[in-house]
Design a protein around this ligand. Structure first.
Ligand SMILES: CC(C)(COP(=O)(O)OP(=O)(O)OC[C@H]1O[C@@H](n2cnc3c(N)ncnc32)[C@H](O)[C@@H]1OP(=O)(O)O)[C@@H](O)C(=O)NCCC(=O)NCCS
Length: 226
């Protein structure tokens, strides 16, 4: 993608998600714009195994924006990081399209996992100011994480999660009662089973995608070496 179409896309993303922007030119001043530009370049270098150069570029971006995106992270289209300071995106994080992050968000690891250690955020996920999402699980599409939450397990699609540790308070347009106060809405074992099956299904799909990518990469490398 050329720089002009990149800037045009970024203006559209910022206008869509930040009511404070007054003119298209302002997008050039946004930390989100600067850091994603650096990330795209660093990620290309990372894929070509130029690890030092990739980290050098990403660390320059940290100094300019206060946002640290590891060059190995996989990020879709339309990411917007509002304000930005203190945002960290770990090496094995995967972000779908149109994800929104606010200042102080960490997409990190727990320190207990190997390999894939950081979360996967599906399309249209929003992570509010100061929230920490820690571990290799998935946050389902369209879900929102409330400000200051600490999320340490799978979040189904279309949910709102708040608190420490994070718990689902809204699923679709239905508010879920707070378990400790509610004596009427008892847990639904069938719904719980369905949620667990959905989570297993997403995990399996992710593993399958990873395996397919690995096999494709190996095929390309074999073809190149012939
Ligand atoms: C989570 C959030 C996105 C709202 O999502 P929502 O799906 O509309 O959820 P609701 O407002 O209906 O809230 C659902 C419940 O969670 C509670 N809640 C909402 N946000 C919360 C938070 N950050 N921490 C703890 N509880 C929270 C609400 O009080 C409500 O509780 P109740 O059911 O007992 O009344 C919003 O509250 C939030 O955190 N926004 C922050 C955005 C941000 O970072 N802005 C920074 C700009 S600089």
């Amino acid at each position: 993608m050329g720089i002009i179409s990149y800037i045009r896309d970024e203006i559209a993303v910022v206008r869509d998600r930040d009511p404070a922007i007054k003119s298209g030119m302002e997008v050039l001043l946004y930390p989100s714009f600067k850091v994603i530009l650096h990330y795209r370049l660093a990620h290309k270098l990372f894929l070509k195994k130029h690890y030092f150069l990739a980290r050098w570029i990403s660390q320059r971006a940290v100094r300019k924006t206060g946002i640290e995106i590891h060059p190995g992270a996989q990020i879709g289209k339309g990411l917007f990081i509002d304000h930005g300071s203190g945002v960290i995106i770990g090496e094995t994080a995967i972000l779908g399209d149109n994800v929104t992050l606010y200042q102080g968000v960490t997409l990190g690891g727990t320190g207990k996992e190997q390999g894939k250690r950081h979360p996967t955020l599906e399309d249209n996920v929003m992570v509010s100011a100061g929230a920490k999402v820690l571990g290799s699980f998935t946050v389902g599409r369209n879900s929102k994480i409330g400000a200051g939450s600490v999320v340490i397990e799978e979040v189904p699609p279309n949910c709102t999660v708040v608190g420490v540790p994070g718990r689902v308070v809204r699923m679709g347009d239905q508010k879920l009662p707070r378990a400790e106060l509610d004596q009427i809405h008892l847990p639904d074992p069938v719904l719980n089973d369905i949620r667990e099956l959905q989570a297993d299904n997403r995990r399996l799909k992710r593993k399958l995608d990873e395996l397919e990518k690995k096999i494709n990469k190996e095929e390309v490398e074999t073809n190149e070496s012939i």
